[in-house]
Design a protein around this ligand. Structure first.
Ligand code: FAD
Length: 348
């Protein structure tokens, strides 16, 4: 079988890039196997323009955010499925100073696309928000497992359920041979597994473990609450609550320590008893040392590429950067220097 692009990994990165290449009429195959770490299937799927403890506009938001909803809406149409959930995110202020700072922000044109409303009073007895907070727009969450399953069902001929073994990939002339497959190019979209690849393993990955709960709790406003921890209503009183960030214990799976940390933080935000814990999962985010994605071509090998390093923000990064990567692959358009792996060629 002869193809143009062999993609390793069918998480949100491989799926989004695969879609762009299919749209361009390319012959592709996505090798993916569920037994590997699948950050995308654990993720809460939030896209949030204001993040971090300091509540700042997320990196490159003005270019990323206009692409998010149109991209996933297009995929909903294409697959006949529903997985995009635009929702307000409510971020309580932690001090009167922060409230004042946001009063200033709200009059700036650069914040206009993201601020739905500023509130200076508590929104509910059960929320710890004595100074009010900011209601964000252009935000929400993507039901990633439904998206991935719907895509895989619609485009099943482009998928191979198989564990990719790098030692079986061989360069013969100007093609890459893998078993019966002959591909002009191979693209590593395999999340944190790329950190152990012989081609890209020396890039400065900084994998981050995350844990997340699903639980039952009363009080279901029609917005996501997010400060130190997020709580997303999934329906029927069930909420997703996350996430933790750790750079160690990567192999341990879900831990009691992280569960308690999440429950404590939740208690500090929504003061109501948890009726039942429904699930507790963990995954490894494919994060990088400089917190910017890894896009580009191997410095010495023709036809070997990477599309990876989406860290904690795959849902908001992938629509914009899959477009940039496909223009780079198909039309030789340059990559942005901040994401091009050329910044780390000394390492490879
Ligand atoms: C707890 C938690 C919460 C998160 N919350 C959010 C959030 O709210 N919003 C957000 O945007 N992001 C969130 N993330 C981050 C998000 O999960 C990542 O940004 C994104 O999923 C990365 O996608 P990816 O496709 O690069 O990697 P992955 O999803 O890990 O995909 C890699 C794929 O490659 C496959 N693979 C790997 N090796 C092989 C092999 N040898 N053979 C075959 N297949 C292979 C795997 O099976 C997998 O399907 C969260 C992550 C965690 C862990």
């Amino acid at each position: 079988m002869k193809i143009d692009f062999l993609l390793i990994g069918g998480g949100i990165a491989g799926t989004a890039l695969g879609y762009r290449l299919i749209q361009a009429g390319k012959r592709i195959l996505i090798i993916d196997q569920a037994s590997q770490n699948q950050s995308s299937r654990i993720a809460a799927g939030l896209y949030n323009p204001v993040t971090g403890r300091k509540m700042v506009k997320t990196w490159f938001a003005d270019r990323l955010f206009p692409e998010i909803e149109p991209f996933y809406r297009q995929l909903e149409k294409e697959t006949g499925s529903s997985f995009l959930r635009p929702e307000t995110i409510y971020r309580p202020f932690i001090s009167i100073e922060e409230q004042n700072e946001w009063m200033g922000n709200s009059s700036e044109a650069s914040f206009e696309p993201y601020i739905r409303e500023l509130v200076t009073e508590s929104q509910a007895d059960t929320i710890n928000d004595p100074y009010g907070g900011v209601m964000l727009k252009n935000s929400g969450w993507l039901d990633i497992p439904t998206f991935l399953d719907a895509f895989r069902q619609k485009f099943s001929k482009y998928f191979l359920d198989h564990k990719f073994e790098e030692e079986n990939l061989e360069q013969k002339g100007n093609v890459w041979v893998y078993g019966e497959l002959e591909a002009d190019s191979v693209i590593y979209c395999n999340g944190v597994s790329a950190a152990s690849s012989k081609y890209f393993g020396n890039l400065p990955f900084a994998p981050v473990k995350g844990e997340i709960l699903e639980l039952q709790q009363e009080f279901c406003p029609n917005y996501i609450v997010n400060r130190g921890v997020f709580r997303v209503h999934l329906g029927d009183g069930i909420h997703r609550v996350g996430s933790t960030y750790t750079w160690h214990d990567l192999d341990l799976g879900p831990t009691e320590r992280a569960k308690n940390e999440l429950l404590e933080r939740l208690q500090g935000l929504v003061d109501l008893p948890v009726q039942k814990i429904i699930s507790h999962k963990s995954g490894i985010r494919p994060a990088t040392k400089d917190r910017k994605p890894f896009l580009g071509k191997h410095p010495r090998l023709e036809g070997v590429y990477i599309f990876n390093g989406f860290g904690a923000k795959g849902v908001s990064l992938v629509p914009f950067f899959s477009k940039m990567m496909s223009s780079y692959l198909l039309e030789s358009e340059p990559l942005m220097m901040e994401v091009d792996i050329a910044r780390y060629f000394d390492y490879i």
